[in-house]
Design a protein around this ligand. Structure first.
Ligand SMILES: C[S@@+](CC[C@H](N)C(=O)[O-])C[C@H]1O[C@@H](n2cnc3c(N)ncnc32)[C@H](O)[C@@H]1O
Length: 288
């Protein structure tokens, strides 16, 4: 079978099954099975696919039709132009989180030796991306899950930034005190976080793909979805240097609550940034 035929056959089954992005899913799964790039999928469409690659692509297609997300099938996901490995303990990084990356990068000087702390690092998508884009910076990466931290460290290694990432396994900001001791008691320049922020009562309304494949620890924000923010904002107020910044990903309806919390803890210059769909997605503030 030719590569182009294999791609079209998978794509057509994905379309018929009503998948949201049938072309993209088919391209990602077929190119991965063939171990070729997305552009090679087009350029080599008349080449013959090997039997083993066809069998692998069919296996991937069956899993996708069974409701497994592409990232979980391949064990990796692209974020801000880089590949991130996943494991069972990590959330699949979302394109919405790139809004936070853009917001932070737009306010940082790449030559400055900044000290970040990424709370709830998961795959390390935020921490590793910032380290890769800001070569003079260092990051403390915190997660309660040791398996998630292991994944973050592998991703840091993959992208050549592991020597500037300090993984810390602990409960939110409780981790920052000992980590700061290791780093000569420096104050943080930035606290960044995409914490769990979904209200416990609506977790059951999430799509099957999310609830079956993303870990609950990464999603559940407690009764009002704001539990993590209360801890992170209060502690960040002590741990940041004066004029240090905080950047938090938020749910579309949480901006007003976050503004209130940030003002209460002595933050100013509060900005709310929207994602590409026009939803409030990131809150930024400066410690006064
Ligand atoms: C929404 S995920 C974000 C993952 C990653 N930063 C990203 O943006 O893709 C939240 C992360 O917070 C971690 N987490 C949940 N509760 C925590 C706690 N009490 N202390 C530290 N990390 C926690 C989860 O394990 C998960 O990795």
């Amino acid at each position: 079978m030719e590569i182009g035929q294999l791609y079209r056959s998978v794509r057509d089954r994905f379309r018929a099954a009503g998948l949201e992005t049938p072309e993209l899913d088919a391209k990602l799964l077929v190119s991965a099975a063939l171990e070729i790039s997305l552009s090679a999928l087009v350029l080599q469409e008349h080449d013959r696919a090997g039997d083993a690659a066809i069998a692998l692509a069919e296996g991937h297609a069956l899993k996708r039709l069974g409701g497994v997300p592409v990232g979980r099938i391949l064990g990796e996901r692209d974020f801000y132009g880089r590949r991130f490995l996943l494991n069972d303990a990590t959330l699949e990084p979302r394109p919405d989180t790139e809004t936070l990356i853009e917001a932070v990068l737009g306010r940082c000087d790449p030559d400055e030796a900044l000290l970040f702390c990424d709370i709830g690092t998961g795959t390390g998508a935020i921490a590793v991306t910032l380290l890769a884009e800001l070569p003079a910076s260092r990051t403390i990466a915190v997660d309660l899950s040791v398996d998630a931290l292991h994944c973050a460290y592998r991703n840091a290694d993959l992208h050549g930034v592991a020597d500037r990432l300090l993984p810390v396994c602990a409960d939110y900001t409780a981790a920052l005190r000992p980590a700061q001791d290791d780093l000569s008691r420096e104050s943080l320049d930035w606290v960044v976080s995409n914490p769990p922020y979904i209200r416990s009562s609506v977790l059951g309304e999430l799509s099957r793909e999310v609830i079956q494949h993303d870990p609950l620890l990464a999603l559940d924000g407690g009764d009002d979805g704001l539990e993590a923010y209360r801890i992170i904002v209060a502690d960040a107020a002590h741990l940041l240097r004066k004029d240090g910044h905080i950047a938090l990903e938020i749910g579309f309806d949480q901006a007003a609550d976050l503004k209130k919390q940030l003002r209460h803890h002595g933050f100013g210059a509060i900005e709310i940034i929207r994602d590409l769909s026009g939803n409030d997605r990131v809150v930024l503030a400066r410690k006064l």
